[in-house]
Design a protein around this ligand. Structure first.
Ligand code: APR
Length: 311
């Protein structure tokens, strides 16, 4: 393939993302993990599936970083996932140290790459990767909104018994309890869901979306979601690799848009070969704006906690 994507962390999210990237024949894949044998074994296993899945993507697994050199995209999933009872924020100290180290390793070898951050707490880990890489803000992007809106879309489709393909949804804000699903901008075949469901059902779906990650954690018990998170990261990667210029909700470093400065937070962006090519500012009602500002305050709190940590 003429494109290369490195996935850091060969755990649940990382290995699933590697599988999807290869099976969609988007790029060659380098899978990196600290555990000896795991990235090598998973990459080989995926390569052995290739004749059946009919793709010619090359997969390499490694504990070092040399094979990652000159990647077009690096997807960072390294870290520990949540266990039942833990919030994403509980992962802050451990994952900040991991994300800082792996970002330094990849940034020096792939200075032109775009980074897609998946490790949690997402918005705070974007700040860690941004600082450690010293990349321009257009090339450090957090995966959250695509996942949160996919969850909202799945719930809308279940509720109305329609194809998921007919659904659109928008979720803004941080990747946490303060995320801001926007029913007004969520639709089925172009019809706003506010026309299709009573307010109390919409509220129930919004609540389930906000709680979507925790719902999976409480079922799995030993880890957090990975199929949908991997799909979301790969949709972002595809838009960048193919310069599709999809408008997707992603965590982006804002510089005044939505009245927010110097903070990574989920907003609609255009993703193309240059990474974030545009932050789209949509008109919000005063309630929606208040919810976004509240979410920004929660991210700011984590950012401040991060500044006090030694990692
Ligand atoms: N370098 C490389 N890999 C590392 C490092 C490191 N310094 N530290 C940990 N890892 C690897 C682990 O060895 C493990 O294989 O990261 C992988 C994480 O995989 P899982 O434990 O299966 O976690 P996963 O479900 O993939 O979630 C990863 O994504 O969604 C978020 O909250 C989630 O922060 C978590 C991350």
């Amino acid at each position: 393939m003429d494109k290369k994507v490195t996935v850091i962390g060969a755990g649940n999210v990382g290995a699933t993302a590697a599988q999807r990237l290869a099976e969609k024949e988007l790029c060659d894949v380098v899978l990196v993990d600290i555990i000896e044998g795991v990235p090598q074994g998973k990459a080989l296993d995926l390569a052995e599936a290739a004749p059946i899945e009919k793709h010619d993507a090359h997969l390499v697994g490694t504990n070092a970083y040399d094979a990652s050199a000159d990647s077009d995209i690096v997807i960072i999933t390294a870290g520990i996932p949540r266990k039942p009872g833990m919030s994403r924020d509980d992962l802050l100290t451990t994952n900040a140290g991991i994300v800082k180290k792996v970002t330094q390793e990849v940034a020096s070898r792939s200075p032109n790459a775009t980074l897609i951050i998946v490790s949690n707490p997402l918005d705070a880990m974007c700040h860690v990767a941004f600082d450690a890489s010293r990349f321009p803000k257009q090339r450090v992007i957090g995966m959250a909104g695509v996942l949160d809106s996919a969850r909202f879309r799945a719930f809308i489709a279940m509720e109305l018994n329609v194809s998921v393909e007919n659904t659109h949804a928008f979720v803004l804000g941080g990747h946490g309890d303060t995320m801001v699903p926007l029913p007004r901008y969520s639709s089925v075949a172009g019809i706003p869901i506010t026309e299709l469901m009573p307010p109390e059902r919409i509220e129930a779906l919004v609540k389930r979306t906000r709680n979507g990650g925790a719902e999976i954690v409480s079922l799995l018990k030993t880890g957090s979601a990975y199929y949908a998170p991997a799909s979301a990261a790969v949709e972002m990667a595809e838009s960048i690799l193919k310069d599709k210029k999809k408008i997707l909700p992603c965590a982006a470093c804002l510089e005044g848009e939505y009245g927010i400065k110097g903070l990574f937070i989920g907003v609609p962006v255009k993703l193309g070969a240059g990474g974030i090519e545009q932050v789209i500012e949509i008109k919000l009602t005063s309630d929606e704006n208040a919810a976004l500002q509240k979410s920004a305050a929660a991210v700011q709190e984590l950012k401040s906690a991060l500044a006090k940590l030694k990692y």
